[in-house]
Design a protein around this ligand. Structure first.
Ligand SMILES: [Zn+2]
Length: 237
């Protein structure tokens, strides 16, 4: 193969590798971020449950103050009852006492109900905290894995950059400019193989004359349809 063409094929393979690192790193970091997001969501849930528990406790305190009022009232009524004489007054006070006792009972039931809700909220909270601990533990492992993977990619990347630098130093500037111009629109398919007599960039059939030229590969040939640089693979087809 023509030396310049060989260099272009190598350069294009190097550029393809270089471009593959960013999405690889991104997808590795995405897994880590997903776990972190899970923890944030759990923290938000725990905070919500805490607020609900505080609200329930405030309701209990409020109901307790009502209970005190009802108790005071019942005491007051019984004091009055011992003082009055008429049947009618006693009846009225008894009615009032019954009402206060009903209210007291209802308030006590309400406190029981609120306490049961608090119990279930506390259960939910400990479940959330357990789940958070589990995720934190797995996060530690994942963080280490991610650090290792990124380190490996970085090492590989710096090797590829070295290769590219060496190759560029050796390349003809005009050919390089030509390649960069195609790469601007063709991205990683600026240099493509010909397979089954078709361009592997645009997949159009190459005419016999151009194809013969490519097979000889003593020059740089571009696809007559799309303009990509073409080469004949030595191992395939
Ligand atoms: Zn083409």
């Amino acid at each position: 193969m023509n030396k310049y063409l060989q260099q272009l094929v190598s350069l294009s393979q190097i550029d393809q590798k270089i471009d593959s690192y960013a999405p690889r790193i991104e997808s590795i970091n995405r897994n880590l971020q997903l776990k972190k997001d899970e923890i944030i969501a759990i923290d938000e849930n725990i905070e919500k449950v805490d607020n609900e528990i505080s609200e329930l406790k405030a309701q209990i305190a409020n109901t307790n103050s009502h209970i005190n009022e009802f108790n005071a009232k019942i005491k007051e009524i019984s004091k009055k009852t011992s003082a009055v004489k008429s049947e009618k007054e006693i009846k009225a006070l008894n009615l009032e006492e019954d009402l206060a006792k009903d209210q007291l009972e209802a308030a006590n039931e309400e406190i029981n109900r609120l306490e049961r809700i608090i119990d279930s909220k506390n259960e939910l909270k400990s479940e959330l905290e357990m789940k958070k601990t589990q995720i934190q533990n797995s996060l530690e492992g994942i963080s280490n894995e991610v650090a290792d993977e990124i380190k490996a990619i970085d090492d590989e990347r710096s090797k590829i950059y070295d290769q590219k630098e060496k190759l560029l130093a050796d390349m003809n500037q005009k050919i390089l400019t030509f390649y960069e111009k195609i790469r601007k629109w063709a991205k990683n398919t600026a240099v493509v193989p010909v397979r089954k007599q078709a361009c592997y960039g645009c997949f159009m059939k190459i005419n016999d004359k151009t194809y013969a030229h490519i097979i000889k590969s003593d020059d740089i040939t571009t696809c007559p349809h799309c303009g990509r640089i073409l080469y004949k693979e030595t191992t395939q087809e």
